[in-house]
Write a protein that binds this ligand. Structure first.
Ligand code: ZN
Length: 410
C-alpha cells in the first residue's frame, strides 16, 4: 500500500487524495489533501455541482483525530463556488461538515463521547473546549435529522416542558410513546412553541395522531384541541403523582411549623427527618424509614392521612382500567372531605382534569415509561450545563434520545 493511502486511512479521509505529509513547527502532523475529482466544485450546503467563484481564504486546516499523542490536521484549499440556491459559499470537502474546523471522523467521535461520557471526559480526552462540543453536537444532529424524519408515523405522543439553565429557561419536548424516543424539541414553553411543532408535523400527519399526553397546562391543551381535534388528550400520570407529592409536602411543612411554634422540638425534628420516608414508594422503604412512617402513623394522624392520600392516588395507575377509575372517583370523594386544604385543592384540580386522567388510564399510558424519558431528559439538561445555547442542549438530547448518535468512526 502506498504511503499516502496509509495516511488517508489513519485520518479517516475518504474520497480524498493525500498530497503530502509534514510536521509543523509545533510538532503537529499536517496532511495536505485535496478532494477526489468527483468531489470537486460542489456547494458546501447542498453538495450540488456548481461553477467556481474564487479561492476563498486560501489554505485551511481541519483538526483530525489525534495520531497517538500527536495532534493531526488536514490542510487543503477551500475555494468558493456559486450555487444557484445558496449563492457564494465555500465548496464542500469530503472530510468535513460545512462550516466546521474539524474532520467528520473527529466530530463523529466527539458526538459519540458526548452521548456516552461526562462533559469533562469528552473535552479533556478530545482536547477541545466544551463549547466546541456543543457546536459539534449541533452539526452532527442537523445532518442526521436531514436523513431521517422523526415525525413520520407518530400515533401516540407526549408533550412536556423541561427546565434547564442554558439560555432560555424552558424547552418543549415531544416524545413518541410507542418507540420511547424523543422526536422534537425546541426552546420556549408557550402556545407558539406547540404550534411550531404542529406546523412541522403538517396537516396530514396531524390527522394520524390518536393520543396526546401532557400536563394540565392550557398552552398545550389549547392548540392540541384546535389542530388535533380527533386525538384523545391524556394527562400524564407523572404530573398527577407529582401534584400529590407537592400537596403532601405542603401538609408536612404545615405540621412541622406548628410543632416548632408550639415548642415541640422533638416532634419537629422527627418530622424533618421523615421527608424521605413520606416521599419514597412504600415498596422501596428501608427498615428505618418504615419505622419512621409507623411513628408518624401514631404521632401525627393528619400527616399520615396526607401520606395515604398520596399513595392511593399512585395506586390508581397500577390497576386495571375499571377498578382504577372507581378508585379515582373514590379518591376525589375522600380528598374533598379530608380536611387537608392542600388535598382539597388537589381534588378540585383532579375533578377538572378527570376526563384526561381517565383517558390515560383507559389507554394504558404507562407511567414508568413516561417518567423514564422525563428523567433522562432532565439528566441530560444537567449534563449539558455550560453549553452556550439551548440549541446545543437540544442537539445533545436528540443525539442521545432520538437514536441519532453516529457510530464511532470505522
Ligand atoms: Zn447549494
Amino acid at each position: 500500500m502506498r504511503g499516502t493511502r496509509v495516511w488517508a486511512g489513519l485520518l479517516g479521509l475518504q474520497r480524498a487524495v493525500v498530497e503530502d505529509v509534514g510536521v509543523s513547527e509545533e510538532g503537529e502532523i499536517v496532511v495536505a489533501a485535496r478532494p477526489g475529482w468527483r468531489e470537486r466544485d460542489r456547494c458546501g450546503v447542498c453538495r450540488r455541482r456548481c461553477p467556481g467563484f474564487d479561492l476563498g481564504e486560501g489554505r485551511r486546516r481541519w483538526r483530525a483525530l489525534d495520531l497517538g499523542t500527536t495532534f493531526a490536521y488536514v490542510e487543503a484549499d477551500a475555494p468558493r463556488v456559486t450555487c444557484r440556491r445558496h449563492g457564494v459559499v465555500v465548496c464542500a470537502l469530503p472530510w468535513a461538515r460545512h462550516d466546521s474546523r474539524f474532520t467528520r471522523a473527529f466530530e463523529d467521535q466527539v458526538a459519540w463521547l458526548a452521548v456516552h461520557c461526562s462533559q469533562s471526559a469528552v473535552a479533556q480526552l478530545m482536547r477541545i473546549a466544551w463549547r466546541s462540543v456543543g457546536a459539534i453536537c449541533e452539526r452532527v444532529c442537523a445532518e442526521a435529522q436531514r436523513e431521517v424524519d422523526l415525525l413520520d408515523g407518530l400515533r401516540r405522543i407526549g408533550i412536556d416542558e423541561v427546565s434547564h439553565r442554558t439560555g432560555q429557561r424552558y424547552l418543549t419536548v415531544v416524545v413518541d410513546h410507542d418507540s420511547g424516543r424523543l422526536v422534537w424539541a425546541a426552546a420556549g414553553r408557550d402556545r407558539q412553541t406547540v404550534e411550531a411543532f404542529l406546523d412541522a408535523l403538517g396537516q396530514e400527519r396531524c390527522k394520524q395522531v390518536e393520543l396526546v399526553s401532557c400536563d394540565m397546562a392550557n398552552w398545550i391543551a389549547g392548540p392540541i384541541a384546535e389542530r388535533l381535534p380527533d386525538a384523545v388528550r391524556c394527562v400524564d400520570p407523572f404530573h398527577v403523582i407529582k401534584l400529590a407529592g407537592d400537596a403532601l409536602d405542603e401538609v408536612r411543612r404545615e405540621v412541622w411549623n406548628e410543632a416548632r411554634r408550639d415548642g415541640q422540638t422533638q416532634l419537629a425534628r422527627q418530622l424533618k427527618g421523615a421527608r424521605f420516608a413520606l416521599w419514597k414508594n412504600p415498596e422501596r422503604l428501608t427498615e428505618r424509614q418504615s419505622a419512621k412512617l409507623s411513628e408518624i402513623q401514631h404521632t401525627n394522624r393528619r400527616l399520615y392521612r396526607a401520606y395515604l392520600l398520596k399513595e392511593q392516588l399512585r395506586q390508581i395507575y397500577r390497576l386495571e382500567p375499571g377498578p382504577a377509575i372507581a378508585l379515582l372517583d373514590g379518591w376525589i370523594a375522600w380528598a374533598r372531605r379530608c380536611r387537608l386544604p392542600a388535598f382539597a385543592k388537589l381534588a378540585r384540580t383532579i375533578t377538572d382534569q378527570r376526563a384526561g386522567i381517565a383517558a390515560a388510564i383507559e389507554h394504558g399510558l404507562s407511567n414508568a415509561r413516561v417518567e423514564a424519558i422525563n428523567t433522562q431528559i432532565r439528566l441530560l439538561t444537567r449534563r449539558a450545563f455550560g453549553f452556550h445555547s439551548a440549541n446545543a442542549l437540544i442537539a445533545l438530547a436528540m443525539l442521545s434520545l432520538a437514536d441519532l448518535c453516529p457510530p464511532l468512526p470505522r
